[in-house]
Design a protein around this ligand. Structure first.
Ligand code: ADP
Ligand code: MG
Length: 273
């Protein structure tokens, strides 16, 4: 669905404050995958998210979305229908004072007939578990509920890929869990491709594949076994997921634990065994 080849991106090129945000990044996101993109602040994660849907163009290298180059301006509309991005702050993503109008904003801009818009709004709100709030106002909702409305707004466009750029960062643990539950369900049941940008390793542990970014370069990637590579994770300025950290320290003390352990349930299972 998304392919980057040797991508370099430079902010303010030629100016005194020139900054190379990405250097020679090659990566791909397959259809139906749930990928976590992790890295310290400033490692280039948001720059990648903006490249994914053609908000910015690479300085060199190529970004291809479902076969379309993001530098092909005639394809930009289709690219943005294909890759939907949810950002960090839900308050900046609300455009209307009634929830259903807010969620309808995207499909309206696609010029869809009103019956289909209404259907999509229904489906999107149901998908995030906010169906009964359709006629309500977003302003009194909790952070987690607001972010779910923002996700519904992107869902209503029916993108094939959903990119969440630290979309849980401003939420409390309950709100984070609500959003993660919705995202995992969309990936598993609706087969939506998900790219989850996060610095919460416990969220990254829910993904099928993890890509670690460090100083604008891919420092490593792999399945959950990547959390066995403590040096890699820590050199990227990150922490292991809590369950993986406890498992690593128990193993160092000689406790035998079977299998990959990244989730609390897996740690509990291994300890019981
Ligand atoms: P992350 O999302 O991982 O925190 P970003 O992609 O936002 O990282 O930033 C990567 C690097 O590019 C950082 O050093 C950041 O300071 C710089 N940067 C990001 N946006 C801009 C901008 N609009 N102008 C100049 N530099 C920027
Ligand atoms: Mg960022």
């Amino acid at each position: 669905m998304i392919e980057l080849r040797n991508v370099t991106y430079i902010y303010n090129e030629g100016a005194e404050d020139e900054k190379t945000a990405l250097s020679d990044v090659t990566l791909s996101i397959g259809e139906g995958e749930f990928v976590a993109l992790v890295g310290h602040n400033g490692s280039g994660k948001s720059t990648l998210a903006k490249l994914f849907n053609g908000l910015i163009e690479p300085k060199s290298g190529t970004v291809t979305v479902n076969g379309m180059r993001t530098t092909n301006h005639k394809d930009l509309f289709d690219i943005r229908k294909t890759v939907g991005v949810v950002f960090q702050n839900p308050d900046n993503q609300m455009v209307a004072s009634v929830i259903e109008d807010d969620v309808a904003f995207g499909p309206e801009n696609l010029g869809l007939p009103s019956a289909e818009i209404s259907e999509r709004v229904d489906w999107a709100l149901q998908s995030v578990g906010m169906g009964e709030h359709r006629k309500g106002t977003p302003f009194r909702l909790s952070g987690g509920q607001k972010q779910r409305i923002a996700i519904a707004g992107v869902l209503a466009i029916k993108p094939r890929v959903m990119v969440l750029d630290e979309s849980t960062a401003m939420l409390d643990p309950v709100g984070r869990e609500e959003v993660m539950r919705v995202i995992t369900r969309l990936n598993k049941e609706e087969k939506m491709t998900v790219v989850m940008i996060t610095h919460f390793m416990d969220e990254a542990a829910l993904a099928d594949r993890i890509i670690v970014l460090k100083n604008g370069r891919v420092a490593g990637e792999g399945g959950k076994e990547i959390f066995r590579n403590r040096a890699l994770i820590e050199s990227a300025g990150l922490e292991l997921p809590l369950a993986a950290r406890i498992a690593a320290e128990l193993r160092e003390c000689g406790v035998e634990l079977q299998g990959e352990i990244t989730l609390p349930e897996e740690l509990a299972d291994a300890l019981c065994r």
